[in-house]
Design a binder for this molecule. Structure first.
Ligand code: CAA
Length: 260
């Protein structure tokens, strides 16, 4: 499939998705969101893709938010549908079976910060800037920001960012847990690939279910979340990779996992 607003490449089983509207700082319009949705569906079904990296084209922006020029003419009903669309796509990204790393190479504002938060890991270049500036526009965050931000950084800091529209540096984002690591711009993609490869070297089902348990556990009460953990813990004891991992440890050799 040919994309007009995305660049899609696969290297060493890692999909690299580049949001590509650099003249509009990669702002999310309906066309880009439609392509992203299709791409996520394709990647989710493709067993040959084992990890995903999402980044922005150009050296200025990851994504500067939803496209304000396009949003400006929307009626309340259309705006609600747009928010539902963005939420549905970002939730699909969050639930991809593969690990997803955001390589945040510049502005990650509004929908851009929300896209980064739907990823499992966020790496940022020193020039990256994060924020939820929607209150400047008379709206609230609409692609998950009011919900994923407090889950990531806590209620107090999330409310501060959502209610002041303050833009924060990559360094500050790392301090509050919004960013995992700050990495020099010219090493950002390599670092993301390196982290993806590290995950790919581990037992695949164990990595996949670690992600799923964190995601699902955040949405249910602790008793249910712990019950889910025990269920998966038990299930994985039935896998060949579990036997391989433990045998390799006891035999003092590297494990060789086979997704079995
Ligand atoms: N939508 C549409 N176009 C955008 C955009 C956006 N979110 N952000 C930037 N652009 C466009 C600008 O209009 C400009 O286009 P022209 O060259 O045609 O004028 C181009 O990208 C470059 O931007 P600037 O000239 O503004 O660049 P700057 O360096 O002076 O400022 C910036 C950069 C601080 C990121 C500024 O562009 C900005 O504030 N952008 C808007 C950020 C924002 O409010 N995002 C939230 C959107 S709402 C949202 O996302 C809702 C949601 O939750 C889903």
């Amino acid at each position: 499939m040919n994309y007009e607003n995305l660049i899609f490449a696969v290297e060493d089983k890692i999909a690299i998705v580049t949001l590509n509207r650099p003249k509009a700082l990669n702002a999310l319009n309906s066309a880009l969101l439609g392509e992203l949705s299709q791409l996520v569906d394709t990647v989710g079904k493709d067993d040959s893709i084992e990890a995903v990296i999402i980044t922005g084209a150009g050296d200025k922006a990851f994504v500067a938010g939803a496209d304000i020029a396009e949003m400006k003419g929307k009626t309340p009903l259309e705006a609600r549908a747009f928010s539902q669309l963005g939420n549905a796509i970002f939730t699909k990204i969050e639930r991809l079976p593969q690990p997803v790393i955001a390589a945040v190479n510049g502005f990650a504002l509004g929908g851009g910060c929300e896209l980064a938060m739907a990823c499992d890991i966020r790496l940022a270049s020193p020039n990256a800037k994060f924020g939820q500036p929607e209150v400047n526009l008379g709206i609230v965050a609409g692609f998950g920001g009011t919900q994923r931000l407090p889950r990531l950084v806590g209620v107090g800091i999330a409310k501060e960012l959502l209610m002041t529209a303050d833009m924060i540096s990559a360094e500050r984002a790392a301090q509050i847990g919004l960013v995992n690591h700050v990495v020099e711009a010219d090493q950002l993609l390599d670092k993301a690939k390196e982290m993806a490869k590290k995950m790919l070297s581990k037992a695949p089902y164990a990595v996949q279910f670690s992600k799923k348990l964190v995601n699902e556990g955040m949405n249910v009460d602790l008793d249910r979340a712990l019950a889910l953990e025990s269920e998966v813990f038990g299930t994985l004891f039935g896998t060949e990779d579990r036997l391989e991992g433990m045998s390799a440890f006891v035999e003092k050799r590297p494990a060789s996992f086979r997704k079995k």
